[in-house]
Design a protein around this ligand. Sequence first.
Ligand SMILES: Nc1ncnc2c1ncn2[C@@H]1O[C@H](COP(=O)(O)OP(=O)(O)O)[C@@H](O)[C@H]1O
Ligand code: SF4
Ligand SMILES: [Mg+2]
Length: 337
Amino acid sequence: MSLLEIDDLTISLATTGAPRVLVDGVSLTVDSGQMVGLAGESGSGKTVTALTALGFVPDGATATGAVRLDGEDVLTMSKKRLREVRGTTVAMVFQDPMTSLHPMLSVETQLTEQLRVHRSLSRRAAKARAIEMLELVRIPNPSKALSAYPHHFSGGMRQRIAIAGALACEPKLLIADEVTTALDVTVQAGILGLLEQLRRELGMAVVFITHDLGVMNVTTDELYVMYSGRVAERGGTRQVLAAPRHPYTRALVDALPDAQNLGHPLVAIPGEAATPERRPAGCAFHPRCAFAEDRCRTEVPELLPIGAGRVLACHVDPFAPADGSATGVLLDGRIGS
Ligand SMILES: Nc1ncnc2c1ncn2[C@@H]1O[C@H](COP(=O)(O)OP(=O)(O)O)[C@@H](O)[C@H]1O
Ligand code: SF4
Ligand SMILES: [Mg+2]
């Protein structure tokens, strides 16, 4: 049994016309201690999918399929059980650390509150644990930091404190949603290193969400690439990034700046990302795909195994290797090594 098992999840909003399908048949598994990446342009359904792990579904939306967290279906869980599970089994951190942190409360109050409620710790014990958490996320001088307020810290340090808050009750799964997006490159690298270290030291699983494939690098084990509410391709992160098989993944990788060839023009993906209101029939990527054939415009491609633990949803599979192996056409080492 995996720690998180999302099985054929569909989330739709009832509207006057046809329902708006935000997430369309997504399946995703995360094992204990595993770091799983979820990538795709803005609006592809990454956040809506991940929020279901905490039992959150957008207002007015219906979710079908199953979301099992540690064996329990969160979509049918009681409100009381959901409150227990959030924070203790699964916790989430967002792009803006101020979503998790309160500007008017000291770091001590914010870090100890959950521990006192969920773990029934005394004030003293909760404070000692809060210091431990700040040490874990590498905040210098943790005792002093406890009496400070969020505005006393830089963006990167605030994100570390938000992560410390999320970790206070030792969740088995941390969902990090665009946590490095607002930070500059060096600070981004620090947060990525921190997540990797927490995964190693605490054996915690992490779902790392980003619209920027460039930061996905080698810290995640498994990568899901989403397009328009569906999984386009999945596989080991290094393999997918070194040899993308889906034209969309390939386009995302091509759009990345080339570290070896700075100044080389970016290859932007032509056209606009599909939205749930205007999702093209067939493969939703077809209006932007250079390889589209007739059936791409009418038939939704199924997600099928292509070997080496990879799966792909593409009728044409233009980057399939001639020898039939799972590896696609290798890129020029822009990512990974
Ligand atoms: N609370 C909501 N109510 C209605 N639609 C939503 C809500 N949250 C997200 N959406 C829509 O669902 C789609 C997927 O959004 P989201 O999961 O936030 O994308 P991503 O995280 O990949 O950028 C988008 O079209 C977005 O507009
Ligand atoms: S199914 Fe067709 S349109 Fe979609 S990515 Fe593959 S080739 Fe392109
Ligand atoms: Mg998002």
